[in-house]
Design a protein around this ligand. Structure first.
Ligand code: DOR
Ligand code: ZN
Length: 415
């Protein structure tokens, strides 16, 4: 509470909302969490659960949202670069149908912004918009530069938020041997992010703009200066580009050199980064374990993002208040969801964390269906219990809840 740890009791009403927070509350069914730390569950603004997909099935709504629950995440926003992409209202509805009865946590559906997109009618059914300015998984042809300002204005008029994958392909450099994360960084340099962002800002009035996976402090500074929102991922915070690493470490935007990574970490610990997201991209191991130049970009993360950062709190390298703001509070506010804070009226979507217990990440024990992690062997603090609307959904590393998550839209969305 108020950035400090204190002994408290939380009263939860019949609807699963926080009704009272006090030193001691009388009556009701009681549960004693001992000296575990109670924090709000996280919201992940950036996951790829790959439904629908025409390729070999890796992740699904079921496995991906259970992985989220185990990682302490109570709502995930799912990206639209699927096969086919989510770029018309019928595809949003189809995705809603697929999700019914499958969701361990709540789901927000992104719609893709492209030259042919029916932005206005999508605004009435989707939860948020996503714009890719460069080619990446599932996106071959980004919109032409000249068309971007009018696309932004049309999105602004819907009232929904817009997340942008900001890399400018004209700033990509030719590298003869694309054989390692170092070469990938040289090919898609930080300037590509800077140029993409310079082209977007300031943006039309009223646009809720969020820049995805900012990889360098200089980029963070540019976005912050404009007053818009942005996120960083644990991979850009914790992993630097290394010559010997395989395509499992290939991501867009690329991992950066050690000094840049360290600078981004300093920004994050200082509380100067609004949002932490995973960019959970569960590519099958077989597809990642091919020649670097041919392998797709992205790595899984929804299950390990909060646990990796809770470990940094355990080690004394990060303030719990900073982590809670970036992982729980601000992403929920961004999407107009009523959880993410220990406050009366919020949904009781809560985590019980025991900072005395940590264990190395083992991909074989993760619920995500892709079976590998770039953080294999890294110490992590997994939440022991996860409550949703006051009901236990994760206990001691097992999902014990119902699949009653729902597709939600922001409270500021127009009907
Ligand atoms: O590394 C990435 N993987 N970056 C993206 O922009 C897309 C994502 C994916 O869908 O695999
Ligand atoms: Zn992504």
């Amino acid at each position: 509470m108020r950035g400090k740890l204190q002994p408290i009791e939380i009263g939860i009403d019949g609807e699963g909302r926080i009704a009272r927070i006090a030193k001691s509350i009388r009556g009701g069914v009681r549960e004693d969490l001992g000296d575990r730390v109670l924090i709000p569950a996280a919201t992940d603004l950036h996951v790829h659960l790959r439904e629908p997909s025409t390729g070999p099935r890796v992740e699904s709504f079921r496995s991906g949202t259970e992985a989220a629950a185990l990682g302490g995440v109570t709502a995930v926003a799912d990206m639209p670069n699927t096969e086919p992409p989510i770029d018309r209202p019928a595809r949003v509805r189809e995705k809603q149908d697929r999700a019914r009865g499958e969701l361990a946590v709540d789901l927000i559906l992104y719609a893709a912004v492209g030259p042919q997109t029916a932005i206005e009618s999508l605004g009435a059914v989707a939860g948020a918009f996503k714009l890719y300015l460069s080619p990446t998984t599932g996106i071959e042809q980004p919109p032409e530069e000249g068309s971007v300002p009018s696309l932004l204005a049309r999105v602004a008029a819907t009232g929904l938020s817009l997340t942008v994958h900001a890399e400018e392909p004209l700033a990509f450099r030719t590298v003869t041997k694309l054989d390692s994360p170092i070469a990938w960084d040289a090919h898609r340099p930080i300037e590509a992010e800077q140029r993409a962002i310079a082209g977007l800002l300031p943006g039309p009035p009223g646009l809720r703009l969020h820049i995805a996976h900012v990889s360098a402090p200089a980029v963070a500074n540019s976005v912050r200066g404009s007053g818009h929102s942005f996120e960083v991922t644990p991979q850009h915070l914790l992993l630097a580009a290394r010559r010997d690493d395989s395509a499992r470490f290939k991501v867009n935007p690329p991992l950066r050199p050690p000094a840049i990574r360290a600078g981004l970490w300093d920004e994050f610990r200082a509380g100067r980064v609004p949002v932490l997201s995973s960019d959970h991209a569960p590519h099958p191991a077989l597809v990642k374990d091919q020649e670097f130049a041919r392998a797709p970009s992205g790595m899984p993360g929804v299950e390990t993002t909060l646990p990796l950062l809770l470990e940094k709190v355990r080690e004394g390298e990060l303030g719990l208040d900073v982590l809670q703001s970036a992982a729980c509070d601000r992403p929920a506010r961004w999407l107009g969801l009523s959880h993410g804070r220990l406050a009366v009226g919020e949904r009781a979507n809560l985590l019980a964390v025991d900072f005395r217990r940590h264990r190395p990440i083992q991909a074989a024990r993760l619920r995500t269906a892709c079976g590998w992690s770039a953080f294999e062997g890294w110490e992590a603090v997994f939440p022991e219990r996860h409550y949703r609307d006051g009901q236990l959904i994760v206990a001691d590393g097992e999902f014990v809840g119902a699949r009653n998550g729902v597709v939600v839209r922001p409270d500021y969305a127009r009907a």
